[in-house]
Design a protein around this ligand. Structure first.
Ligand code: PLP
Length: 465
């Protein structure tokens, strides 16, 4: 087989099809649409099947903790009668320390069921450790492909830590510098080994997260007699929010608002060698959150099962300094030392709770473990070494890549809201100038959680520009 970049990319569809044993053409419809629900239900797994698979692997049923002291702190800065109760789903209690184990459990189950000898995942984050841990339990071989350093071979500490975790679980880790070779290497490995593509974006993976939303809704309902008013999810590739929202719907929590939160890294380019090590967060940031929301099929499967704009009611951003601030607050007030991704949502929830009534409930839907490379001390030292200025002040003035600004008190921890209409417009730009069918408008209205009329209006605007 020829191995040039072009040769391998030309064989992409074939490689993908063999590596997931899933023919996505089944779900395609006329025009631009595809049948998302058909794809999600095609495997035949029910929510109960998913729960059972996860319980067999010691995953799920994690504690839901009321953060009484954090709530009390937030109420110091809110109007009388305001300051919602903040709860936290302690997903760090999962095998390998994050909600990603829920996803991995389903990938590995499917790989094993189909008779693959091993699995491959392209990820620099928690998902690698989760796949490696679950593959170890299932007796499958595992290869993780990571983008972990820049061209000067300087490694981001969090990703290095993740490589160690993957190796500890017996996986082979291929470490690459930032750039386009990741996807190429991934395809070559899938073809050479015949292993399963444990993509983060397969229907199995997203199904695995539905149990998380379901657990939150059922537990809050059974303890407090109502569903939570809001659930906040840290957003990167969009699977976390999509799966959680689908689980909330399966529990019939139709009125619970689903809020996305990301770290604001505006101005830093994810594929840039120069910017790679200027950020202190490796996930849950706008560098993934915005492009994946507005073009979900940029992922490593033909149709991504992570489609966050289908479920999102609000999208807010927090700065890096505020996430570090709330990380310390969680440790100092609640005795919980947790990692950056979950705390991104906690920082936003801390502010949002102040605008909600005191009898309302906001749930931060995950924590992740923390450790040597993820810890804020490691990240702040790394940032200082890269010439980033670290100071206290107004967090809204932080310039990603130049400085990190901590609020002096919780009072100054602020958020920025992104316009969902702007995101919808960016999504629709991909169809600018095309003749869309009536069925396409229906599909787009489902993709963007809005009326067909709004889709038509935005398309008209775009076509006139
Ligand atoms: C702990 C944790 N939380 C949240 C996210 C974001 O999830 P998603 O990429 O599905 O949006 C990630 C992904 O890397 C993660 O590892």
């Amino acid at each position: 087989m020829k191995k040039s970049y072009k040769d391998v990319m030309d064989r992409k569809s074939e490689i993908m099809k063999n590596a997931l044993n899933l023919d996505y053409t089944k779900f395609e419809k006329e025009g631009i649409a595809f049948d998302y629900e058909y794809m999600m239900n095609y495997s035949g797994y029910t929510l109960d099947d998913v729960k059972k698979i996860q319980i067999e692997n010691n995953i799920g049923n994690t504690p839901l903790i009321e953060l009484k002291r954090i709530t009390e702190y937030a109420r110091k800065f809110s109007k009388k009668g305001y300051g919602a109760r903040i709860f936290l789903k302690d997903e760090a209690a999962n095998l390998s320390g994050s909600f990603k184990a829920r996803r991995a459990a389903m990938s590995i189950h499917q790989a094993k069921k189909l008779g693959y000898k091993g699995v491959i995942a392209a990820t620099s984050g928690n998902y690698g450790a989760a796949v490696a841990a679950l593959a170890a339990r299932a007796g499958l071989k595992c290869i993780i492909v990571q983008e972990c350093f820049d061209s000067k071979e300087i490694e981001q500490p969090e990703i290095t830590e993740k490589a160690r975790a993957c190796e500890a679980y017996g996986a082979e880790v291929m470490q690459l510098s930032v750039g386009p070779e990741l996807f190429y290497q991934f395809l070559v490995l899938l073809e050479e080994t015949g292993f399963f593509n444990a993509s983060l974006y397969s229907p199995y993976c997203i199904m695995g997260i539905e149990t998380l939303g379901y657990e939150i809704a059922s537990e809050v309902k059974s303890k407090y007699g109502k569903f939570p008013e809001a659930v906040i999810c840290t957003n990167a590739g969009g699977g976390n929010l999509t799966g959680t929202a689908r689980g909330l719907i399966k529990a019939e929590a139709f009125d619970t608002k689903v809020i996305a939160s990301s770290v604001d890294l505006t101005g830093l380019h994810m594929a840039s060698d120069n910017d790679f090590n200027k950020k202190s967060f490796t996930t849950g940031h706008t560098g993934f959150g915005i492009p994946f929301s507005t073009f979900p099929d940029r992922s490593d499967v033909p149709r991504s099962a992570a489609r966050p704009l289908r479920y999102m009611d609000k999208y807010v951003l927090v700065n890096q300094g505020s996430v570090f601030f709330i990380t310390e607050a969680l440790a100092l007030l609640e005795g919980m030392e947790r990692g950056p991704a979950g705390n991104t949502s906690l920082a936003a929830a801390f502010h949002l709770a102040q605008e909600m009534k005191e009898d309302e409930i906001i749930v931060v839907q995950e924590t992740e473990y923390t450790g040597a490379g993820k810890h804020l001390n490691a990240q702040i030292s790394f940032a200082i070494d890269r010439g980033i200025e670290v100071k206290v002040g107004n967090p809204l003035e932080e310039i990603p890549g130049k400085n990190i600004i901590f609020p002096t008190s919780g009072q100054y921890l602020k958020i920025k809201e992104i316009s969902l209409n702007d995101l919808k417009k960016s999504y629709l730009k991909h169809y600018k100038g095309m003749d869309l069918l009536n069925t396409d408008y229906k599909y787009l209205s489902e993709e963007l959680k809005c009326s067909e009329q709004l889709v038509k209006n935005i398309m008209e605007e775009l076509n006139e520009e």
